[in-house]
Write a protein that binds this ligand. Structure first.
Ligand SMILES: *Cc1c(COP(=O)(O)O)cnc(C)c1O
Length: 428
């Protein structure tokens, strides 16, 4: 496969953009290759600058659940654009999307729009701190919640991929306020809570971890967090930037029947445009400025183009049978890849929740960051490059989730499984 033009564009980009990319995991560094430059996409396929076409399992890292260039989303954005891209004043669309989110997500009674997932989690944490009057927060090793200072501690994929769990530039005084527990271990949470009695504002968790590969919550884990938070006056935040509208229309909280106090969203609710949101119980959300004193703002928050894309996307997802069909496709492809590995005698540990799935290159169970980090990342890199050569575009890191969209066809899935069978044999 020819990647000549991508390589030239990457060399050019590197002189003007740090590392040639605007977000680190795009750089293909952990698989030892140069990134592909993408020219266009359509449905389940992306096209690079050299004219190669791939079945896409990255989906812009989650947002493209309806497939690329869905006609309803294109029409909505085009329609909005001609009336003005941004006003910095309220528009009706913001209330429409807010109500779609409130109707869908059990914990959300009020919601505020922002422009990225990072902004959503950062703002949710400020609100939790302001509401409780406490400074400490708790997160889980391997969970990623965007790149805000207080959350860039043991933060999964991007950081894990590059082996820098804590970034330079994060003040030690800030990082000290972030306690880190182990995913799926209520014991690790209980002992931190006991050691920091009455000083923890919130526990933030990915209810389905998707930034250390896909790691489902064990039975009782989310319920246990709910109970601990209720007993200790700690705000429970589900970071559903990835899982929201992905594992179910109402997110992981609807799927598992556990209701947090606050929820952060992003990715899918922007339909491919830059959006984030955070919401929760009314008495918490009303503490936000201007109804309350906790400050949060944004020039482009609730942007008309992004709101239109979000509304159009949620209306597609609301169609009866959408998630059932997606689940079926996801099961077929994830099971097919796992079987291909078994048939080749190659040990992998396969996980899946809804349309998120992952093949961990290890034979042992993966249930937290320490078990995920045992994977053979060198073998993954070989597999990744071999799959790319077969026309299948996976995320360029072991510690990422694969996403399938409604636009993936039976033929895409068959080709993917056949490619996996060939690639596992090749690397065995
Ligand atoms: C992607 C992601 C974020 C960050 O969102 P950005 O829009 O990239 O800032 C936060 N939390 C989770 C769980 C995510 O997957």
């Amino acid at each position: 496969m020819n990647h000549e033009r991508s390589s030239i564009l990457f060399q050019q980009a590197k002189t003007s953009i740090p590392g040639g990319v605007n977000s680190p995991v795009r750089a293909f560094k952990s698989v030892g290759a140069d990134p592909l430059f993408i020219k266009k996409a359509s449905g389940s396929h992306i096209h690079d600058e050299d004219g190669n076409v791939f079945i896409d399992y990255v989906g812009s890292w989650g947002p493209m659940i309806a497939g690329h260039c869905h006609p309803d989303i294109i029409a909505a954005v085009q329609d909005t654009m001609v009336s003005g891209a941004s006003f910095g004043a309220p528009t009706e669309r913001e209330t429409i999307l807010a109500n779609l989110v409130i109707d869908a997500v059990p914990s959300i009674e009020m919601v505020r729009m922002v422009s990225s997932g990072t902004e959503a989690t950062m703002s949710a944490i400020r609100l939790a701190r302001g509401y409780t009057g406490r400074d400490k927060i708790m997160k889980f090793s391997g969970c990623y919640h965007g790149h805000a200072d207080s959350l860039l501690v043991k933060a999964g994929s991007g950081a894990a991929t590059f082996g820098v769990p804590d970034s330079p530039g994060v003040p030690a005084d800030v990082a000290r306020l972030t306690l880190t527990a182990e995913y799926n271990s209520l014991d690790s949470v209980r002992s931190l809570v006991a050691a920091h009695k009455n000083s923890i504002a919130c526990i933030i968790v990915e209810p389905v971890a998707g930034n250390m590969g896909t790691v489902p919550p064990r039975e009782g884990f989310l319920e246990g967090l709910r109970e601990i938070c209720t007993n200790e006056g700690i705000i429970l935040i589900f970071d559903e930037v990835m899982s929201g509208f992905r594992v179910a229309y109402g997110g992981a909280q609807a799927l598992f029947g556990v209701t947090p106090d606050m929820t952060t969203l992003g990715k899918i609710i922007g339909g491919g445009l830059p959006v984030g949101a955070f919401g929760g119980k009314r008495d918490i959300m009303e503490k936000l400025s201007p109804s309350g004193g906790i400050y949060q703002a944004g020039t482009l928050s609730g942007n008309p183009l992004a709101m239109s894309a979000g509304i159009a996307t949620l209306n597609i997802l609301k169609q009866p049978g959408f998630y059932k069909a997606l689940e079926e496709k996801s099961r077929t492809v994830a099971d097919g890849i796992a079987k291909a590995a078994r048939d080749a005698g190659y040990p992998i540990y396969a996980t899946r929740v809804g349309s998120m799935f992952c093949a961990f290159f290890t034979s042992g169970e993966v249930f937290d960051w320490s078990t995920a980090s045992r994977c053979d990342t060198k073998a993954f890199a070989k597999y990744f490059l071999a799959m790319l050569d077969e026309g299948v575009y996976l995320a360029p890191s072991q510690f990422e989730t694969a996403f399938i969209s409604a636009a993936h066809t039976e033929s895409d899935i068959e080709k993917t499984i056949a490619a996996a069978a060939k690639c596992f044999k090749q690397i065995s």
